[in-house]
Design a protein around this ligand. Structure first.
Ligand code: NCD
Ligand code: ZN
Length: 347
């Protein structure tokens, strides 16, 4: 008998882009209706570089929640690491109780990363402070050296940046965000318990052929870019393994349609409209629905040393059609799998 319904401890999203203002207002309810908490990425323009900015951004998010979700969604804030971040700022962030991680974007690696770190050596004092006070480092794991092939940037980041950091700071907790390769899955599996990784629904569902299916498909373009099938298989194996180091982070990253369907289209895929359902399909296809709850609801909370949620959600085996587009302030955005049919639906 096939399973028709599953009830899970309410999941959290450990990597989410909410943007700001009217754009945030448009996308926030999609996340808040399924997730209890989300780690909020700080790559706004200008980036969230101080605890003060994070507190104000947090307030804007809470105020933008619709009334029925006001008390059921908690934004977990992060700071954007720059060459100029000080140890004092890290201590302020820790003391605030609202900042849960510091995000490392190598300068120029992805959307709104111009203010990112130019050389990790500048940050060693800050990393030492984070190690001591127990503040996790969240990494966009791609090298930006233009000489390195775009499909090899994650692997090269492990060798050139991540290995040295883990050796220098063995007590630092690190989340290797949105991993896309077998190399990254292996690295995390073999590392100490201080190293974990998030995995997106789109990297579990698609390989890089999706970007070129009958033409160029900007809505399948994100960073790190989709990889070949063998890597996708390795990610599915990691996500469905039950290994506590792997957990849910959608990297849902909304962009106006016009900026994706563009001569120089933005990186980022929006998945918040159906995130938990998109993951559920993957887990079912891998015959691992019994592992969905640990991946979506336990492993991340445990790694971040947060209490597990006490609320639940229920998914039913109900076919439904995903919207073709979604309102995004003055624009529209095209969500992942727009217009396609999904097999699971959140009640
Ligand atoms: C993200 C965005 O649009 O902010 N884009 C993406 O392709 N994932 C930034 C990021 O997480 O790299
Ligand atoms: Zn992201």
């Amino acid at each position: 008998m096939t399973i028709q319904q599953i009830t899970l401890t309410q999941p959290d999203d450990f990597h989410l882009h909410l943007r700001d203002g009217e754009q945030m207002q448009a996308v926030l309810p999609y996340s808040a209706r399924q997730f209890a908490r989300a780690i909020i990425m700080p790559n706004l323009k200008p980036p969230i570089v101080s605890t003060e900015m994070a507190a104000a951004y947090r307030q804007r998010i809470v105020s933008a929640l619709p009334d029925d979700l006001k008390n059921s969604f908690e934004p977990l804030m992060t700071l954007y690491l720059t060459d100029n971040t000080t140890p004092g700022e890290i201590l302020r962030a820790k003391e605030s109780g609202i900042v849960y991680g510091i995000k490392l974007y190598p300068a120029g690696a992805t959307t709104n990363s111009d203010a990112g770190v130019t050389d990790i050596a500048y940050c060693y004092l800050v990393l030492e402070t984070m190690e001591k006070c127990g503040m996790p480092l969240l990494v966009h794991g791609e090298i930006t050296d233009p000489a390195v092939d775009v499909f090899d940037r994650e692997k090269m980041f492990i060798d050139r940046v991540l290995m040295p950091i883990t050796q220098h700071f063995p007590g630092l907790r690190i989340v290797f965000e949105h991993i896309t390769t077998q190399d990254a899955a292996d690295f995390v599996t073999n590392a100490t318990d201080n190293i974990a990784a998030t995995i997106t629904a789109h990297h579990l569902r698609y390989n890089r052929n999706a970007i070129f299916q009958g033409g160029i498909r900007p809505h399948y373009y994100c960073l790190p870019v989709l990889k070949r099938e063998s890597h996708r298989k390795a990610l599915i194996k990691a996500a469905t393994s039950g290994n506590k180091k792997f957990f849910l982070g959608t990297d849902s990253a909304p962009h106006p349609c016009t900026l994706k369907e563009n001569d120089c289209g933005c990186a980022g895929i929006f998945t918040a409209h159906a995130a938990i359902e998109l993951y559920a399909e993957v887990f079912e296809q891998a015959d691992a629905l019994d592992k969905l709850e640990s991946f979506a609801s336990f492993n991340g909370a445990d790694f971040y040393q947060l209490p597990r949620n006490s609320t639940t959600i229920t998914l039913s085996k109900t076919q439904w059609n995903l919207p073709k587009h979604i309102d995004f302030a003055k624009d529209i955005l095209i969500p992942l799998a727009a217009g396609e049919t999904l097999l699971w639906k959140l009640d």
